[in-house]
Design a protein around this ligand. Structure first.
Ligand code: SF4
Length: 331
């Protein structure tokens, strides 16, 4: 069967409720040339079916940076690496809440509070974070999200009670590739965190980083697990190698490869939010505006964890030019 015909058949089946098998996803991932553009056109069709003309923006604050005991090979904040990433303890609730106002001003629907480290449980840090969340809920309309590493059910419940809407916790990569990326904790602990957040009634934002040496089959393996875990949104990051980390010499993905990954995720997770986050500028370069054509339904705007992002005005202009509208937070 011709690739174009196969793509058309898959789109009708997905719209009718079929969910892709690993074999079908692998076949789609092989599209090249004009077929790759058909793949993007189909991804746009799926995005529009589930999200109409709306895309979501999110922003983050690095609320506690550096000295993490984990050894994630991509991460500038790991104490196992010698990077120039800033090191500071948890910032106070007022600073976090102030930053949330800025996120709202640049059109973000979701504001993520991110802390370095293995995880956070009950104690002074969790109390301060909950205070920040309560302040954010009281002052504005941006949805507070937390990304605090591995958490247990009691912590997830405390966050939910404080007003957190979404818990963010990336699985980073496929289970079969994870031992090449991190050896200081088990993949199952990350999966358990996702389950704890869901059980506490939080939405879950969970995705990974691409371009770390994983195979196409492993990208699909991760997508299928995210579908099984029923996560609500998927952040897609592309490795932007940081000097001093174990992956400092890794190559960038090509822009077309990045777009292929986005499209693949849209076909596998057709009705989930897919947001393009770290590494967008340096991996996609001139093709950044294609992310929505490839099926993304959102992007991070503003600065990243340890790197500057581009000017949020440029991101907003991009959306205006593409005639896409920005989703508003619903709370
Ligand atoms: S757990 Fe998070 S902060 Fe720590 S090294 Fe891994 S990615 Fe970096």
């Amino acid at each position: 069967m011709q690739t174009k015909t196969f793509i058309e058949q898959i789109i009708s089946q997905v719209l009718a409720g079929h969910r892709l098998t690993a074999e079908e996803a692998l076949q789609l991932a092989a599209a090249e040339g004009a077929d790759l553009l058909y793949l993007f056109a189909g991804a746009t069709q799926l995005r529009e079916h589930y999200f109409g003309n709306e895309v979501s923006l999110c922003s983050i604050i690095n609320a506690k940076s550096g000295r993490c005991p984990e050894n994630c090979s991509f991460c500038a904040q790991s104490a196992h690496h010698q990077s120039a990433a800033p090191v500071y303890p948890l910032v106070n609730a007022a600073t976090i809440a102030e930053q949330a106002k800025q996120a709202e001003l640049i059109g973000s629907e979701c504001f993520g509070i991110i802390t370095s480290g293995t995880g956070i449980s009950s104690g002074a840090e969790l109390d301060e974070l909950c205070a920040a969340v309560r302040q954010i809920v009281a002052q504005g309309t941006v949805d507070p999200s937390c990304s605090l590493g591995i958490i247990d059910l009691a912590t997830a419940k405390a966050l939910k009670e404080a007003g957190v809407v979404t818990y963010h916790h990336n699985l980073e990569t496929a289970a079969s590739f994870f031992p090449s990326i991190c050896t200081t904790h088990r993949y199952e602990e990350d999966v358990e965190t996702v389950k704890n957040a869901k059980q506490a009634g939080l939405k879950v934002c969970c995705g990974g980083i691409f371009g770390m040496g994983e195979s196409v089959a492993q990208r699909i393996e991760l997508a299928l697990l995210l579908r099984e875990l029923a996560v609500d949104s998927i952040p897609i990051n592309f490795l932007d190698p940081v000097p001093g980390t174990a992956l400092q010499d890794a190559d960038f993905l090509s822009p077309m490869e990045c777009l292929r990954i986005i499209a693949l995720y849209r076909y596998i997770l057709p009705d989930r939010k897919i947001a393009i986050c770290g590494g967008r500028e340096r991996n996609l370069r001139e093709l950044q505006s294609w992310i929505f054509a490839a099926g993304a339904s959102g992007m991070m705007t503003g600065d990243y964890l340890t790197k500057k992002g581009r000017n949020p005005d440029a991101d907003r202009q991009l959306l205006v030019d593409l005639q896409l509208s920005v989703a508003q937070c619903k709370h």
